[in-house]
Design a protein around this ligand. Structure first.
Ligand code: PL3
Ligand code: FE2
Ligand code: FE2
Length: 242
């Protein structure tokens, strides 16, 4: 009785009720996937490099950070397999450019030894971005990619939590730098979300859902670190110019 016509299958989307699965075999899907998948691969690669760099700034944590970096390498391989499974070639030059502004800010902070800024960029912003993207992707992914992404998203919480706990333990000393780093980098995440929105919608991922999920993860982390709701509202307003 069952056919494998994916367009006919509806799955339960935990946010919205029903989400229709896209047709994974169309040229339109594969074209959008070539950029989205490349972004994810580049993001995982950069996350790997960033955790290793963080190990040079916090030498007594180098071993733990190397463990996180290794998980990122595994994620990268998983998502590379997802593209291969769909017969898609990732557009890496596009992804490189996509990450360039955030990459540049991380590298400048690294050079200046600004561990708080590096942690905010990698462990809070990039991980919250990844968590939101993977959450929204899972219900509309092909079965192969869904399984891989489900495994990955658990790790990303470990990474977010790592940054959160370090910043919480050093909250008073980190506070001003966190505010400044948020102001400089949150707008970049916003523009990255804008840039990915059209391709994401081809994968049946909606921009509003991505933003909502990102803000929940990021705001919860800031709250855990020690910021009040008022601080967080101010940080959002300062960064987003509202
Ligand atoms: C850190 O561990 C990983 C950083 C990755 C950044 C993710 C960016 C996400 C972009 C949008 C979407 C879609 C998900 C699709 C997966 C093939
Ligand atoms: Fe990852
Ligand atoms: Fe991660």
């Amino acid at each position: 009785m069952s056919t494998l016509d994916s367009t006919a299958v509806a799955v339960l989307d935990n946010q919205q009720g029903l989400a229709e699965l896209p047709d994974f075999t169309t040229d339109a899907y594969k074209d959008a996937y070539s950029r989205i998948n490349a972004i994810v691969i580049e993001g995982e690669q950069e996350a790997h490099d960033n955790y290793l760099s963080l190990g040079t700034l916090i030498p007594d944590q180098a071993e733990e950070l190397a463990r996180l970096a290794k998980m990122e390498m595994k994620h990268m391989k998983g998502f590379t397999a997802c593209a291969k499974n769909l017969g898609v070639v990732a557009d890496m030059p596009f992804a490189h450019e996509f990450f360039a502004p955030l990459h540049g800010n991380f590298q400048s902070a690294l050079k200046e030894g600004k561990v708080v800024t590096c942690l905010l960029i990698q462990a809070l912003l990039i991980e919250a971005f990844a968590i939101s993207a993977y959450h929204i992707y899972i219900p509309v992914a092909d079965p192969f990619a869904r399984k891989i992404t489900e495994g990955v998203v658990k790790d990303e919480y470990t990474h977010l939590n790592y940054g959160q706990e370090w910043l919480k333990a050093n909250f008073e000393a980190s506070r001003d730098e966190l505010m400044e780093a948020n102001k400089a980098n949150l707008p970049l995440i916003r523009s990255m979300l804008e840039q990915v929105a059209t391709d994401a919608s081809v994968l049946h991922m909606e921009k509003e859902d991505l933003i909502e999920d990102f803000l929940i993860a990021y705001q919860e982390a800031l709250n855990e670190i020690g910021f009040t709701s008022r601080d967080i509202a101010r940080m959002a307003a300062a960064a987003l110019a509202i």
